[in-house]
Design a protein around this ligand. Structure first.
Ligand code: NAD
Length: 373
């Protein structure tokens, strides 16, 4: 597949490619849309099988970040970086590699802000911070925002509140039966949030010990991983890997709402239509799971946990708007969310862009970067 046919599938996307002989660093930055502001998105390190696989991954992920940032009301566009390497066996010393990567990011002049993703860590981002200010998700003593998962879980709980009110006609979460798939970093926090709000929980995890521990903490019922799709409940919350709702599982679901933290919950766009036809409301993952992104984006202007929390609480209104439109017959929720993204981008396109240079020169931003640069 040619580079341009890959880009043709994604829509507009700008690619920056680096092969650094000295370090063996092979990296690509994809900038999908910067109408709302500098692109934001993590750096994934992965041993790709081919150029196509790497380019498709970075462009698709960059596009998803545009949607997530736009729906979260952030003054950021969507971008993503990939480093083509085995995370357990990188081509050179991690410090050398991430310094080279940081210089690459720096040359983009602030149009792309990186942070961690699978295969990279806060420690890697601290190395990047040593050579460029255009990195978020650094450690707390460098102005970092810390673990994103409690914020992601908070946003999902708020989205579930909107679903309960508008789709299930309930004034509160008390008595709601929620089936949670995956009780790792986000799923466990979410289970705690829901239990505190009076929900009845059925949980599962491929890690049995983890499932048992969370069940004991909360008095939840536990089922085997494959049984979670058959649980008769009000709401199914996928918080494990992508593709939970697929051809194989969509007709097994016995809930009225799907709303969880996992990225790419629907195996395909068509699955969203099947859910819709079955009368199951799907809270689009990139709308409901933006709490972690909101939190890390706060570092850009000087991290303030309370402001991150306030913005995360607003996810309830985003999901409510999608639900209202879907319930009045505008179509499947993911398609409505896509229209909302397009509207926000089109409106931003008609306005002057916020100046990255001006934001970075602000006192709050300098404070956040002070210890590192
Ligand atoms: P995690 O690895 O900490 O937790 C995932 C859990 O799911 C693990 O306990 C794992 O054992 C379990 N699991 C995996 N496959 C399973 C299966 N088939 N059935 C049942 N359990 C299974 O990851 P996380 O950080 O909690 O993220 C969960 C999901 O949310 C991921 O899709 C991630 O991309 C997405 N997400 C996370 C954040 C965040 O802040 N961490 C933000 C946005 C989106």
């Amino acid at each position: 597949m040619s580079v341009f046919s890959i880009l043709d599938q994604i829509g507009t996307c700008e690619l920056h490619v680096l092969f650094d002989h000295a370090t063996g660093l092979r990296a690509v930055v994809g900038l999908h849309d910067t109408r709302l502001g500098p692109a934001i998105g993590g750096t994934r390190m992965w041993q790709y099988g081919s150029d196509d696989e790497a380019l498709l991954d970075v462009t698709r992920l960059a596009r998803a970040m545009t949607a997530k940032a736009a729906l979260a009301g952030l003054a950021h566009g969507g971008g993503k970086a990939i480093i083509w390497a085995d995370p357990a066996n990188p081509p050179s010393d991690r410090r050398v590699l991430f310094e080279a990567f940081g210089r690459f990011v720096d040359r983009l002049g602030g149009r792309y802000l990186t942070c961690e993703d699978s295969g990279t860590s806060t420690a890697d981002m601290d190395i990047v911070r040593g050579v460029t200010p255009h990195v978020l998700g650094v450690s707390a003593d460098r102005g970092g925002s810390g673990d994103p998962s409690p914020f992601t879980a908070l946003g999902v709980r708020r989205g579930i509140e909107a679903c309960a009110e508008l789709v299930l006609g309930r004034a509160s979460l008390a008595g709601l039966h929620v089936a949670v798939q995956g009780v790792g970093a986000v799923g466990r926090h979410l289970a705690h949030e829901l239990a505190a709000a009076g929900c009845r929980l059925t949980i599962t995890d491929v890690n049995r010990e983890r499932a048992t521990r969370v069940a004991e903490e909360l008095g939840a019922a536990v089922v085997l991983p494959d049984e979670i799709f058959d649980v008769e409940c009000d709401l199914f919350a996928p918080c494990a890997l992508g593709g939970a709702v697929s051809d194989a599982t969509v007709n097994r679901l016995r809930c009225r709402v799907v709303a969880g933290a996992a990225n790419n919950q629907l195996a395909s766009r068509e699955i969203g239509r099947v859910l819709h036809a079955r009368g199951i409301f799907y809270a689009p993952d990139y709308a409901i799971n933006a709490g972690g992104l909101i939190n890390v984006a706060e570092e850009f202007r000087g991290y303030d946990a309370e402001r991150a929390r306030e913005k995360t609480l607003a996810i309830r209104e985003t999901i409510a708007e999608i639900a209202r439109r879907s319930l009045r017959g505008d179509g499947p929720p993911a398609e409505i969310a896509d229209h909302m993204v397009e509207d926000r981008l089109a409106r931003a396109g008609a306005q002057p862009l916020p100046s990255t240079a001006a934001i970075l020169a602000s006192p709050a931003s300098s404070r956040a970067r002070g210890s590192a640069v």
